[in-house]
Each structure stands twice: as C-alpha cells, then as structure tokens.
Design a protein around this ligand. Sequence first.
Ligand code: H2U
Ligand code: ZN
Length: 340
Amino acid sequence: MNSPHRRLNPLTNDWVLVSPQRTQRPWLGQVEKPQVETLPAYDPACYLCPSNERAGGVKNPPYETTFVFDNDYAALTPGGMDAPRDRSPLLRAEPTPGKCRVVCFHPRHDLTLPSMSLPEIETVIRTWATESNTLGSLDYINYVEIFENKGAAMGASNPHPHSQIWSSHHIPNEPAREFFAQEKYFLEHDDCLLCDYLRVEQERGERVVVANEHFTVVVPFWAVWPFEVLMLSNRHLGALAELSELEVSALADILKKITSRYDNLFQVPFPYSMGFHQTPTNGNAYPSHHFHAHYYPPLLRSAAVRKFMVGYELLAMPQRDLTPESAAERLRAQSDTREW
Ligand code: H2U
Ligand code: ZN
C-alpha cells in the first residue's frame, strides 16, 4: 500500500493521515552507535535516590525496593476545591481535587525497566495496583492515571527510574473519549471493541510486535507516533488490581520485552511517554472498558531524529510516513533482551 490515505482510531474517533510514498528512500540504518551516558548507581545530587533530600527538605528513606511518595509539586491537590466563577457559560471552570504520587521503581539510579529483573518489575506492578486501589477508594478520586515519562526528550526531569500517578476528581480527556467509544461499540456490537480488535490483529499478524500468554503488543493500525505501540491484556479486564498472579508476571515480562526492543532499535535508552488506561473509580461499572497501555515514543529515524507535531499536524491532523506495518516489522526484528 503506497498511496496516501487516512486511518481511523476507533478509540478516539480521530483520523491520522498516512503517506507511505514519502518513505521511498532506502533505510540506511544507524551509522554510528550513539554515545550513551554512563550513570552512577547512586547520585548524591538526585532527589529520588535513597536517603537523599528532596525539594522542600523531606528526606527519602534508605529504601531498598520500589518506593512511593506524595509529589512535592503536585498538579492536583486534595484541597483543590476552588475555581474562577463567571456568569458567562463561555468562561466555565470547575474545581477538581486530586492527589499526585511519584513511584521510584528501584533504589539504583542507573537502572531502567529493561535492565531490571522480572521480580523487580513485578514489585513495581503490584505497587501501581495497590496505589490505584488506595487512591481510587478516596471519595474525591474518580480516575487514576499512571504514567512514565522517560528521557529528557519527553521532559523527564531525572534519569532515576520512576513513574508518576495523577489521580483526580475528573476523568481526563483521553480516557474519557476512549470510555465513550468503547461503551458505544459495546452497545452496538454486544462485544468489546478491544477484544474484537485484538482478534483481528492476531489474525493479521503484521502489526503484532511481541506477545506472551496474557498480553499482546501491536503497533496500532491508527498509530500516530512512528513507533507507538498499544499493549492489550488478552483477557477482558479493566484495571491492574484485577490481574492474577500469573498475569502480573506476564505483564512484567511484556513490559521488559517491549522496552528492550525499543532500546535495541536505535541503541539508546529509548525515550517515551507511556501510561495505563484503567477503569474509573467513581463507583460505576464499565463493562466495556478493556485494560491497556499506550507507549508514545518521539523518535523517528535514529536516536537523534525525532518527530515534531508541528505545521499540518498541529493545525489540521496527525500524519505519518512510516507505516504502522513497517514500524511493527522493525520492532519485531529486535531482540527481547537488551543488547548493549
Ligand atoms: P518527571 O521526571 O516525569 O517530571 O517526574 C518527576 C516528578 O517528581 C515531578 O512530577 C516530582 C516532580 O514534581 N518531584 C518531587 O516530588 N520532589 C522533588 O524533590 C523533585 C521532583
Ligand atoms: Zn537517583
């Protein structure tokens, strides 16, 4: 398929323009291996390392496993009960309380998910599940977003392996659109959108990157970012806390595999923003929601060449040259363990 066309994202109802004819030039690959910074196991200047002082003067404990704390610069606060008021319906605002946490994956400053052991990654997953439950059970929290910003290219402030949790009274825009689309599909087809999509991708095979018994990673048909992937649970479930022990181990395995493939692609710690979409915690049932994670990495052709969402993409709609099928092929060709 070499002709420009647009593809629909059924989770958001957004279209993406695909222009494969623009990638006619041959792929030359990475010529030079990029310089990768070597980090110390402990950095006395890092605010996430064990026993170090954070901004505001709080000291981290000498933690030896995954460690969670309240974000010192939280974007949402439990006391956030006020908002600007105005008579005009065009100047609408609402208070939205919330709570933000930071999860240090590991005491070691120099590790990342692909270099952590499977039991260590399982501990991170269990922490995410417990935090989701604890935050979700607060009466003012209706949604818990867990995400990881990795690499300076994605605005991560620190290489120490960590993720963030922002829990809020509101259901944020992106998951809200997905819940709406999944609910609509469920009502129309009497089946789950992502269960159906998973079956189609398993049949076609060309966009599947890696899979194990419980999880499947695809470059979605409608991917916007060159190496964007969607990670789906094979079983229909809504949240991390519903995972069985076997599924927790399988999730650790799949997270390690996808991030190792990413690192191997351009031989660098691959930057990305990733996050889970879990069922809201507002007490309503969401039978149509299917647990998944999105990975949005900015890199395009090498460790140094990134995609920018500018021009037509900012003003009109997203566009890509590299097809999702060739991106999947490239990621499939990588090894499941980090090669450097
Ligand atoms: P990012 O690397 O994704 O920015 O996450 C780091 C978070 O850590 C960020 O949200 C918080 C920032 O507010 N932080 C603290 O809570 N305490 C500190 O001493 C520095 C950074
Ligand atoms: Zn550190």
